[in-house]
Ligand binder design. Structure first.
Ligand SMILES: Nc1ncnc2c1ncn2[C@@H]1O[C@H](COP(=O)(O)OP(=O)(O)OP(=O)(O)O)[C@@H](O)[C@H]1O
Length: 282
């Protein structure tokens, strides 16, 4: 158990925008947060980062309560990198090189170490070296986003929070970025909190998924459990039923069978479906 919230609420202008949320982010997992616009995904992420005061409940890191002031403002939350929904909110340096160097230079790392780390992160994200002398805010939307992610990875976060990191990217660049982030997460055994409206990306990359609606956490599931069995939870959150569930329902109606595999990926569902069709002579 690493980062954990117990019965946490957040009040803004007299209204609970997060209500009695309890959840744990386990080490080495890719955890997605889904829900309609306004469900409270960014609020939850900001609570984890310590950016919003907690009005009720407790936040622990490695089972130790994190200290806060009487207003609920947390003093420090260790080892979290936060990539904001809009990269412009976090880019400030005059060149990409300075942007990437900032965190490690502030920590007192030697110039050689900083340069080596920059080369490594550029390679991890597939960024060309020619970018280093450019002004971050003059880059295209997609490149700005990659530079913002790269600058956060430079600090080697234990928990990486990504607030809709693929918004505005074309499908090729989106898939490339998610594959690279997944590789970084798996190789370094880090935790990712991934806020997204793209259910197909959530299904492909997540280990676990949290479903939110109206500031509440409706459920926290293993990804297969959610997409194969929890259609009601998705419906309650106002989200479309995932394709595998729709497919299984159609098959049930057509064949009268109950193909409910305990845990499997999409390919296995199609095999199950095919087997039923063949057995029924459909
Ligand atoms: N600073 C604030 N003051 C008052 N209300 C706020 C504040 N920040 C967020 N809210 C409200 O809290 C609710 C949850 O907002 P939040 O941004 O967490 O949703 P979200 O699920 O991330 O939405 P989206 O997918 O559109 O980013 C919304 O109703 C929003 O208007």
């Amino acid at each position: 158990m690493v980062y954990a919230l117990q019965d946490v609420s957040v009040k803004m202008n007299g209204r609970d925008i997060l209500e009695s949320v309890s959840c744990t982010l386990q080490e080495g997992k890719w955890i997605s947060v889904i829900g309609q616009s306004g469900a409270g995904k960014s609020t939850l992420a900001k609570v984890f980062k310590g950016l919003l005061p907690i009005s009720k409940g407790e936040y622990t890191y490695r089972q130790q309560p994190l200290p806060s002031d009487p207003q609920g403002r947390l003093k420090t939350v260790p080892h979290i990198g936060y990539v904001f929904q809009y990269p412009e909110q976090q880019l400030f340096a005059a060149t990409v090189n300075q942007e990437l160097a900032f965190a490690l230079t502030m920590k007192g790392e030697s110039r050689a170490n900083v340069e080596q780390a920059i080369r490594q992160v550029m390679e991890q994200l597939g960024l060309p070296a020619a970018l280093l002398q450019q002004h971050p805010l003059q880059l295209s939307g997609g490149l700005k986003r990659l530079v913002a992610i790269a600058s956060v990875l430079m600090a080697g976060p234990e928990l990486l929070i990504l607030d809709e990191p693929t918004a505005g990217l074309d499908p090729g660049n989106k898939n490339d970025l998610l594959r690279r982030l997944k590789k970084w997460q798996e190789e370094n055994k880090r935790t990712v909190l991934f806020l997204s409206h793209q259910l197909e990306d959530v299904a492909e990359y997540s280990d676990e998924v949290m479903v939110m609606a109206q500031g509440r956490l409706l459920g926290h599931w293993e990804v297969n459990e959610l997409f194969l069995k929890q259609a009601d939870c998705m419906e309650q959150a106002g989200l479309p039923a995932p394709e595998p569930i729709q497919l299984l329902r159609i098959i049930e109606e057509v064949s009268g069978a109950k193909p409910r595999p305990a845990s499997c990926k999409e390919a296995e569902i199609f095999r199950t479906v095919n087997a039923i069709w063949q057995a029924k002579g459909l």
